[in-house]
Design a protein around this ligand. Structure first.
Ligand code: ACO
Length: 379
């Protein structure tokens, strides 16, 4: 045994670590799931085997969430928005009215967790309670920042209708609810994206479901993940007209900027969620007047991206057509990322359940590339 006062053993050079490493974990299999399959090469997405296009046309968010949590398809499944504990309302009132909605939602989920007895392992009931709490919390924050009182959930309404009602105090028309419900279905689940992976890492430590979802919201906040649809609106406003599109897009790319709503880590074909949402956007009664511009600019952008990146297929992603749907249902752009997070609650919490059911601590290794072991300078 080494004595406390004996000299440290001489440093030995570490053997070269030549195990494979993929920056950003691109292409690395980091788990198994029965929830969803993202087939990036062919532009296909299924939830527990069912095609996303069919789920959008014939399903509801409540049924899809239940499918993800339980594996059962029950088209009549209901999921109203849930109550907000009084202490969570106090926390929301304490936030600056200038707080970003994503910060407010992350804070609300964290505060909600502090008011619950979230025992391990997580349950479907916990998943349901959190998924139905969050729309109420986001709507309450919006009301509070506008100087208005939060609205109590109406248990007779579905989750999306309830969210819209609690935002505005008015019942939403069926077309608007249906469009947002379609968006929620499309946003519900998407494999091992960064926020879902975060939720699974947190769950793997046997932490609770609220911590997992709060962490996932923090990950979703970044513009490379969930922050893009509001930037799509800004980008289109700057483009201004189809005639100006070619020049504006080329100049943006020459400045090293990314075109928002294009490119994806997994999809090399057209994102099937973008295709589904484009249909929803085009069918909306209150679609934004810039939808036609978006459709025309998309063609120009795809052509220029193909020219600039012949070796990496950069296609339209879900965020591009999420923007007109979300604006069409009357949401302000600063609510887009938080609304995406509400939709993703079903997937995050389903992954939490799946991780917990066959848990192993997620703890990968890292290659050390710093200085070799050395002595601290004397003095
Ligand atoms: N506009 C212009 N160039 C792009 C874009 C884009 N939108 N996306 C990727 N590229 C370029 C990169 O600059 C890079 O070029 P280089 O090889 O010359 O350096 C090449 O394509 C490969 O890009 P990566 O960064 O390796 O792709 P990655 O898989 O890491 O990125 C991402 C995926 C983050 C979505 C990226 O495409 C992007 O930033 N898109 C814009 C933001 C966006 O729309 N985000 C929403 C994504 S969908 C979602 O999360 C729900």
């Amino acid at each position: 045994m080494t004595q406390p006062d004996s000299p440290a053993p001489a440093a030995t050079a570490a053997p070269a670590d030549d195990r494979p490493y993929s920056p950003g974990l691109e292409g690395v299999l980091a788990g198994e799931t029965a929830l969803g399959r993202v087939d990036g090469a062919n532009g296909r997405l299924i939830y527990r085997g069912y095609r996303i296009g069919d789920l959008v046309e014939r399903g509801s968010y409540a049924a899809v969430a239940n499918l993800l949590w339980t594996g059962e398809w029950d088209p009549r499944h209901r999921l109203p928005t849930g109550p907000i504990p009084g202490r969570v309302i106090d926390v929301l009132r304490a936030l600056p009215t200038s707080a970003k909605p994503m910060d407010a939602l992350r804070t609300a989920v964290s505060a909600w967790g502090a008011t619950q007895d979230l025992l391990w392992p997580p349950t479907v009931e916990q998943a349901r309670a959190l998924t139905s709490f969050s729309p109420s919390a986001l709507a309450a924050f919006v009301r509070i920042r506008e100087g208005k009182a939060p609205i109590e959930p109406d248990p007779s309404l579905g989750l999306v209708e309830g969210f819209l009602y609690q935002l505005t105090g008015q019942p939403a028309d069926p077309g608007t609810s249906r469009a947002l419900d379609a968006y929620f279905i499309v946003g519900a689940e998407h494999g091992f994206n960064a926020s879902t992976f975060t939720a699974r890492v947190i769950t793997s430590t046997r932490s609770d479901i609220a911590s997992a979802v709060a962490g996932a919201i923090g990950t979703m906040k970044g513009p490379l993940h969930g922050g893009a649809p509001s930037e799509v609106v800004d980008q289109l406003a700057q483009v201004g007209s189809v005639e100006h599109a070619e020049q504006w897009l080329r100049e943006a790319l020459d400045r090293g900027e990314r075109l928002m709503g294009f490119g994806h880590r997994v999809y090399r074909a057209y994102d099937p969620r973008a295709a589904a949402l484009r249909k929803v956007a085009e069918a909306m009664e209150h679609r934004p007047d810039w939808l036609e511009l978006a459709i025309a600019v998309e063609d120009v952008a795809l052509r220029i991206l193909a020219e600039k990146h012949p070796d990496r297929a950069l296609k339209t992603n879900v965020e591009y057509y999420a923007a007109p749907v979300l604006q069409g249902v009357g949401l302000s752009p600063d609510l887009f990322p938080a609304t995406f997070s509400l939709a993703r609650h079903a997937g995050w919490t389903a992954h939490v359940l799946e991780q917990a059911a066959d848990n192993r601590l997620i703890r990968p290794d890292v290659r050390y590339i710093g200085p070799a072991e050395r002595d601290l300078p004397v003095g």
